[in-house]
Design a protein around this ligand. Sequence first.
Ligand SMILES: *[C@@H]1O[C@H](CO)[C@@H](O)[C@H](O)[C@H]1NC(C)=O
Length: 159
Amino acid sequence: MQSLTRAIARMSLLLCLQSVSCQIQGFVKKAAFLPCIYSDSKLTNAKVFWRDTSDRNVLDIKDGKEDVSNQNEKYKGRVSSYPEEYSKGNFSITLKNLQLQDSGVYDCFIYSADTHRAVSLIVSAEPTRGPETPAPRGAATKICAHLLLLAAPFLTSFL
Ligand SMILES: *[C@@H]1O[C@H](CO)[C@@H](O)[C@H](O)[C@H]1NC(C)=O
């Protein structure tokens, strides 16, 4: 069962990287990596706006920096991005301390390029484990981390 989950997660990540929309699986209290990659052309000081299903401000990126001045309360202290990656068109974010209500579609509007990427996040309760797979705490997120090619230091700091 675990390996099937793994295969599905791997497949959906590949889809994420290749298309404008994708699906990410997350677990309550864990972190999810929401990819947003724009590689069509070089963007300097890109303006990028992350918004949730209800159009709440998840994160703004302006002038090569995170701008949290209009960030919605729901997301305060829970979102990180990777400023050193902006110049490569990588505006991905990590949303931590997931709750079931975080499920929904997240849009990454790349204002400077007049385009957007959508990520559908599905948060579920921590999977119950069969006796044959006594997974350690945080294993589910680690599987994601591995498959998402997340830099290990970013994620382990959330666990
Ligand atoms: C985007 O940045 C994150 C965080 O550094 C990294 O894990 C991920 O591999 C990067 N993605 C691409 C396609 O460069």
